[in-house]
Design a protein around this ligand. Structure first.
Ligand code: NAD
Ligand code: G3P
Length: 743
């Protein structure tokens, strides 16, 4: 028997496999107008069954035949495969077998070939078209007579409605550039490429690159798919990841599914793509273990840790990534197959056997027969540059370049210690560590645990420099450690800055701060903060000293972060912020905070306001009340327009209409809202003052710090225009104080 378990394969319901699954659904989804670009009216009226991509992955129920073969040719989908390597050729074979059967596709499948001259002197394209075999990348396998090799990229894609991208990822940027403006309007794309690009702005998934550059929707298809095995029709599975349009995902499922290639769809493009990408790094680790003959238990351990790093990394990069995706073919199955039988594993094993003395490039060239680059001296200059780039900077061995790319991300985001396996693999690959280091990182392991603890309500110690940075601290944490909500803060303002100026102590203390910090200001606060550093981290032996960014005493504190002004601005022993955010990132944090949190905050404020009509509150109370109403922690952002200052008793009766932005943060310790604390900071070019606030209502919210000074900019200078009354002058008419702390 070929399979150990019964399988219903819907595309071929005549399959001899017994069905365990429900019968195929009707084809109603295929009739959707959304798919009109795919389907002719005749094919729509087909009585065949449809596949249905569901949010939860489920075996697809694609029709045997989605329309009569005689469908109107003008409405049929044309498929082009961009790429013709080992997997590209197998993908073309799979697709070609289906386009012959499915009425809504043109029979012909175009396959773009990166032209090469074979040792015989013939062009690879000509040989493929003559023999129906990719003699270089998939020898011995007939692709199907309807696969037409085309060396002209622009020509190959011109008429395609469905584009399948399957080249080594390093080439995609160049390919996309060439294709801008050349793609048919309304075309759909899918990427089979395992890898990612790391740009200045951060990591970029290949599907995103394709979508953005070519202005197309792009799904992904990944899975446990060693091409040579699928080429000889050994059973395997794959996962299509889609963003929103599940009907399009179904169409891809239909195009790829065969009795020996079972495709399911999940609504998680990033998750699927990251699985396919990151498992290559783990496969290198597995190869090192094999090369060192460490045995199966060690290999399994490396795979488990690798899977965990894959999941954490993916979720930190994209909060939308779903856990279930890791149980699909693209996840654990691809990880296993690659760690058992992939090329990455194979070359990594040889690397370790050679004690890391022979480079990956050298081994790859020697071992991956038929799948390595041969520089063609007759290629054009741009091709030659591509070749050189390819030889120098990249490798067919996706794992090696992906390990480097992942490492870049980890380093940029301060996550290196959170991902010891990923980091170690790269360091071994570049010769910085010996292969044996693959099992020597266990001391870093607690980082994971603590990261997760933080997520579920642990305490993060944060020290912030100045007004505004506490919000940023929260956002920075969210960015660098991927925390959805910051569980709690202790803020300490440890040092002051600006040369030549007397340090101006500021403090923003949380009600739940440890007693030794509460109410402290200035020098006292600084000393207390240093005490924390001393006691908790064993740093800062001389408390009278000002801390510096590169202070040797801070060097061993995990997670220390020093801000641009040279102030220790954050200590997160385990949460992951290892650097100061760049200005653009700060701006991004502001934006995120605004977009994500504003609706909740405004809703809460409005609700509270309605319940307390005409009352004058402290902002803190409103926020505390908001917290109670929403029963949640988090970081909320409020934006207020400052009203004429005479509303709050301006001296001169002058007005200012500058928009002022406040950030209100609500922190939660554990899940108990009664233990919530809050802080709020003001980030405004016009308002200075201490962090107590008054709100007056006059058609709109007006929020000012008590006793603040309102200024206007005149000829570049700040000029005082009004003072807001002090707290004692503005007594709330009705105080509904809710002591947020430890009630
Ligand atoms: N091979 C597999 O088993 C397998 C399985 C699943 C996914 N994948 C993924 O599919 C993608 C393609 O891999 P593959 O195995 O088809 O390729 P491959 O490694 O077998 O072949 C490399 C391909 O790159 C082409 N190439 C060389 N220089 C080029 C250039 N300058 N510009 C454009 N193309 C150039 C070659 O012509 C060849 O088609 C990769 O992302 C890989 O991770 C591979
Ligand atoms: O041979 P590898 O290591 O490139 O892996 C091949 C495929 O990605 C397995 O799914």
């Amino acid at each position: 028997m070929r399979f150990l378990f019964p399988i219903y394969h819907p595309l071929h319901s005549s399959s001899s496999f017994p069905s365990l699954l429900p019968p195929p659904r009707s084809s109603s989804l295929l009739l959707s107008p959304l798919l009109s670009f795919f389907f002719s009216s005749s094919s729509s009226s087909s009585s065949s069954s449809s596949s249905s991509a569901t949010e939860e992955a489920s075996p697809k129920m694609a029709p045997c035949n989605d329309g009569p073969r005689g469908s109107d040719a003008s409405n049929k989908s044309r498929v082009t495969v961009v790429g013709s390597g080992n997997w590209g050729s197998v993908a073309s074979k799979l697709i070609a077998s289906n386009t012959l059967k499915l009425g809504s596709f043109h029979d012909e499948v175009r396959m773009w070939v990166y032209e090469e001259t074979l040792p015989s002197g013939e062009k690879l394209t000509d040989v493929i078209n003559r023999t129906n075999e990719n003699v270089k990348y998939l020898p011995g396998i007939k692709l199907g007579k309807n696969v037409i090799a085309d060396p002209d990229l622009e020509n190959a894609v011109r008429d395609a409605n469905m584009l399948v991208f399957v080249t080594p990822h390093q080439f995609m940027e160049g390919i996309c550039k060439r294709l801008i403006g050349k793609i048919k309007k309304g075309a759909e794309a899918i990427s089979l490429i395992k890898g990612m690009e790391v740009k200045m702005e951060g990591p970029c998934m290949i599907s995103t690159l394709i979508s953005e550059q070519l202005n197309v929707n792009c799904c992904v298809l990944m899975g446990a798919n060693i091409a040579n095995e699928i080429a000889v029709e050994k059973f395997s599975e794959a996962t299509v990841g889609y963003r929103e349009n599940r009907e399009i995902a179904e169409r891809w499922v239909q195009l790829f599914s065969t009795p020996y290639f079972m495709v399911t769809a999940v609504q998680d493009v990033e998750g699927v793509e990251l699985c396919g990408t990151l498992k290559n790094v783990v496969a290198l680790a597995a190869g090192f273990v094999d090369g060192l003959e460490m045995g199966n238990n060690t290999k399994a351990a490396v795979m488990r840790i690798g899977l965990r790093e894959m999941r954490v990394f993916s979720k930190l990069l994209f909060s939308s990534v779903k856990d279930n995706t890791f149980f699909e073919s693209c996840g654990v199955a691809d990880l296993i197959t690659t760690c058992l039988g992939g090329r990455n594993r194979k070359v990594a094993e040889a690397f370790a056997r050679n004690g890391g003395k022979r480079s990956f490039d050298e081994l790859e060239e020697e071992m991956l027969q038929g799948q390595k680059l041969q520089v063609d001296t007759r290629v054009s200059l741009s091709r030659a540059i591509d070749h050189i780039y390819f030889l120098v900077f990249s490798s067919y061995l996706k794992g090696v370049s992906t390990a480097k790319e992942v490492y870049e991300v980890l380093r940029n985001r301060g996550w290196l210690e959170l991902f010891p396996l990923f980091a170690t693999v790269h360091e071994i690959a570049i010769g910085r560590l010996p292969p044996s280091a693959i099992v020597e990182y266990s001391e870093h392991k607690p980082s994971f645990v603590l990261l997760e603890e933080v997520k579920t309500g642990g305490i993060v110690l944060v020290s912030c420099l100045s007004v505004g940075t506490e919000s940023m601290g929260a956002m920075a944490l969210r960015r660098t450690a991927g925390l959805k909500f910051v569980a709690g803060f202790i803020e300490i303002d440890v040092a002051m800055r600006r040369k030549g100026r007397r340090p101006r102590p500021r403090h923003i203390l949380k009600p739940w701060n440890p007693p030794n910090l509460k109410g402290l200001e200035g020098e006292e606060l600084r000393k207390a903060a240093i005490e924390i550093l001393r006691n908790r981290f064993g740093a800062v032996k001389d408390p009278s000293r000002r801390l510096k960014p590169d202070d040797p005493e801070l060097k061993d504190i995990e997670g220390i972060c020093v801000d641009r002004d040279g102030i220790v601005c954050k200590v997160t022993p385990n949460a992951g912020l290892r650097r100061t955010l760049e200005p653009e990132e700060l701006a991004e944090c502001h934006r995120e905070m605004y977009e994500e949190c504003r609706p909740h905050g405004m809703k809460a404020l409005e609700l509270y306001h309605r319940q307390n009509e005409g009352t004058c509150f402290e902002l803190g109370e409103v926020v505390r009340a908001s917290l109670r109403l929403l029963l949640g922690g988090g970081v909320w952002h409020f934006k207020f327009t400052a009203k004429p200052v005479n509303d709050v008793g301006s001296e001169a009766g002058r007005t200012t209409t500058t928009t002022t932005t406040f950030y209100a943060e609500v922190h939660e310790i554990g899940k108990n809202p009664a233990h919530a604390s809050l802080c709020f900071t003001i980030d405004s070019p016009i308002v200075t003052g201490n962090p107590d606030f008054v709100i007056l209502k006059d058609g709109d919210w007006i929020v000012y710090p008590y006793g603040c000074t309102l200024c206007e900019r005149k000829r570049g200078k700040r000029v005082k225009v009004a003072s807001v009354p002090s707290k004692s002058e503005v007594q709330p008419r009705r105080s509904s104080r809710i002591s947020a702390k430890h009630q």
